[in-house]
Design a protein around this ligand. Structure first.
Ligand code: ADP
Length: 494
């Protein structure tokens, strides 16, 4: 078993990994930048080490500093989390070259799947259906025109090394093709240092359905069923659930087998996700995410398998302790990502101090959080604050539980997407399971925060009470304190 793990990440995922390791009696070391001196993952850490100034390029993205930190603190393994260096093959290789264990797939698997064109080739060979499209080897703009005609408009220009929705352009008709190819090349060069772009058929109302896979070093590969992630803004997921309302048992089985075939083709080990677009009853391979995903908890809720612990066991050289036949998901789980952003102005990130925080708690509700009352949300990093995961016997119960939880989720001081999430989940089309990746653009295009109106006096009274509660106890309302303001108050009247 591993002796000590360096967590090369921050925020809720750092805390999530810490928890899994702690349950396995493995100590962890947190890393932090100067912007995170009082971040929750640092306050909760067994041990923490400063790795540099606030910009990620000078701290969380510095391979040399992370490896030094691991060596200096006597770690024998590194968990990358998601984002930052999680899908960077050079990082995985550098960890191994330093004599440490990388908790994730091999550098080769990350490299070969990281290139979307290479991954498409691999899937073709493994007989996994891919989105119609391809590469223009010559790079000639004339050849792009020919390929786009063969695919049929609309087409999507995509960056071969792309990620995070960057370097992607929808082209509705031929007169915009060349301009889009050139713009996507420039964007890809600056974001990924690789200007290679290719074309895909643009599917107009697809669902995003992905399969969790997990594999050990002994050739055992299984899938842990699907997650539907069609509720997205700017091609980035915000609500995920399992099971998907779109799949029949036959399709679920076929796609699960395709996901396992995809993982085997890449000699994949550890936890990973095979993403598909689903359209008119057909599925098409999109990409493999070679890391733990933000949305992994919904799978944990329905399968009972702790994915981070499994990653740690696999990295320790253990065999998977279950086979495909042992996995029987039950019930329904929904996850909402809580972001520091303003949905009313194009989901613009919102940084600053959280003056008051109340996180909900209920049976069958999980909160993976990286914040507390009084903490700062730095501008430097991805604005994810926390995740709420609601389990129910069925979709109805899971959705209802989630809506109630979000209504109890108060974050004062910065903008958040909580109210927007409630409106998504309450939309009749969401409730009937009619999802597609353009759901938000179609159903909530001009969304704005509801007026407080007649509730203003109540809201103000609540704020005053919150402040006086803090003054009378003389203590900050911090994590670990009673979760509700009302619990901290004595007798009160409006
Ligand atoms: P990234 O790696 O940048 O996240 P992906 O290839 O995973 O990019 O795609 C992200 C999202 O973009 C998908 O979930 C989907 O909403 C949209 N998308 C990607 N490819 C297509 C396509 N061919 N047709 C329609 N939508 C697409």
């Amino acid at each position: 078993m591993l002796k000590k793990i360096l967590i090369a990440n921050r925020g809720e995922i750092a805390l999530r990994i810490m928890r899994a390791a702690r349950e396995m009696n493995i100590p962890t070391v947190a890393v932090y930048s100067e912007a995170d001196l009082a971040a929750l993952h640092v306050l909760r850490a067994d041990e923490a080490i400063l790795i540099g100034p606030p910009p990620a390029t000078e701290s969380y993205l510095r391979i040399d500093k992370l490896i030094d930190a691991a060596k200096q603190t006597g770690c024998d393994a590194v968990h990358p989390g998601y984002g930052f260096l999680a899908e960077n093959a050079d990082f995985a290789q550098a960890v191994v070259d330093a004599g440490l264990i990388f908790i994730g797939p091999s550098a080769e698997a990350i490299r070969s799947l990281g290139n979307k064109l290479g991954a498409r080739e691999m899937m073709l060979e493994a007989k996994v259906p891919i989105v119609p499209g391809g590469e223009v080897k010559s790079g000639d703009l004339e050849d792009f025109i020919e390929l786009a005609r063969a695919i049929g408009y609309p087409v999507l220009v995509k960056a071969a090394s792309g990620g995070g929705g960057k370097g992607m352009r929808i082209v509705p008709a031929e007169d915009q093709l060349l301009e889009s190819v050139e713009a996507a090349r420039r964007e890809a060069q600056s974001a990924f240092s690789d200007p290679t772009v290719y074309l895909e058929k643009y599917l107009e109302r697809p669902r995003h359905i992905e399969f969790q896979v997990i594999a050990d070093d002994f050739g055992n590969t299984v899938h842990l069923y699907e997650r539907e992630c069609s509720i997205q803004r700017r091609h980035q997921k915000i609500i995920e659930e399992t099971p998907s309302t779109a799949l029949t048992p036959e399709l679920r089985q076929q796609m699960g087998q395709a996901a396992v075939a995809a993982a085997k083709a890449a000699h994949y080990t550890s936890a990973g996700t095979v993403e598909f677009l689903f359209f008119e009853g057909h599925y098409y391979f999109l990409e493999v995410n070679t890391r733990i995903q933000v949305e992994h908890p919904v799978t944990e809720m329905t399968t009972g398998i702790d994915l981070v612990k499994e990653q740690i066991r696999i990295a320790s050289g253990e065999k998977l302790s279950f086979t495909q036949d042992d996995i029987h998901p039950r019930g329904h789980a929904t996850e909402c990502r809580i972001y520091a952003e303003d949905p009313a102005i194009g989901f613009l990130p919102s940084a600053g101090k959280i003056h008051y925080l109340n996180e909900p708690s209920a049976a069958n509700l999980r909160i993976d959080s990286g914040i507390y009352s009084g903490c700062d949300v730095p501008i430097y990093y991805d604005p994810i604050l926390s995740k709420v995961i609601a389990y129910g016997r069925d979709r109805e119960e899971s959705t209802e539980r989630m809506i109630l939880a979000l209504k109890d989720y108060s974050i004062l001081g910065i903008k958040s997407n909580v109210r927007f999430l409630i409106d998504c989940l309450s939309h009749p089309e969401y409730r009937s399971g009619n999802l597609f990746t353009g759901f938000i653009d179609q159903h909530l295009p001009e969304w704005s925060e509801p007026e407080i109106g007649e509730n203003l006096p109540l809201a103000l009274a609540g704020a005053v009470l919150a402040m006086s509660a803090r003054q009378t106890t003389g203590a900050e309302v911090t994590a670990g304190a009673p979760s509700s303001l009302w619990e901290t108050l004595g007798k009160w009247e409006l």
